[in-house]
Write a protein that binds this ligand. Sequence first.
Ligand code: PMP
Length: 307
Amino acid sequence: MVQKAEKIWFDGKLVPWDEANVHVLTHTLHYGCGVFEGIRSYKLASGESAVFRLREHIVRHFNSAKIMEMKIPFTVDEIYDAVLETLKVNKLEEGYIRPLSFIGEGVMGVHPGNNPIQTIIATWPWGAYLGEDALEKGIRVKTSTFTRHHVNVMMTKAKTVGNYVNSILAKREAVADGYDEALMLDTAGYVSEATGENIFIVRGGKIKTTPLTSVLDGLTRNSLITLAKDLGYEIIEQRFTRDELYTSDEAFFCGTAAEVTPIREVDRREIGEGKAGPVAKHLQKEYFKVVKGENPKYDSWLDKYSV
Ligand code: PMP
């Protein structure tokens, strides 16, 4: 269960958690055209807190809305300020932030006409998304029977509500089959992404990740590419197959929620030595240093606040 906070930001007002409700004829509830973000904030060693790459997340939110032809009646700056205001009012030193823009009530046909575009920002405490053990020991993954979206069927660069029906199908299947997470292939059969994470593999010390063609432009992926390059690793953005994954030395998922999660098994095949690999652990350690303000080089990625 989500731990309730005091307030949710709703179209410019902070309303009590239990009163942040919508009508059952809310357009997005019927047809899935809404856009959302997933953002984390961390408590820093200094005692302050910081949202990780808040502005970039809000810009991606507005880009998602643009792709879906939803005009959010607020500016990037207003939503940026609203996130910090919501964290402060909820006294959340560390946790998860969920902006969601959706099409409200009005006409009920598929064409949403002039129905209002509404926005909420909710915050709640959220620990390791796939569990502490996952971060430490790595997870078991199953290639899904469900294919990730074709680029002309859903808009894969938008974090659209409806895109996640595909993620739910894949996740349910993987969990029911005893795995922690699903890996999805693209429509050409190459590795794409997981239900809420991008993927990296390591072979001979070189790191490879899928190009952005049909996957979400993950900010964790983007941060890890910068971090790894700065640490002297070679990074290749190139599509790869599931058998290249099976025979890689290491693999890991990354995302705001999942952070850097090593993969120890895919489709019953051990990856490397069947445990979290050294490159994954190294990048995970460096990533946590960055988000917790322990590496001043990346201070510009931290949007600081105090509760
Ligand atoms: N792919 C998908 C499908 C996702 O839902 C996410 C999580 N937003 C990611 C990748 C990773 O993106 P980010 O690192 O920005 O959280």
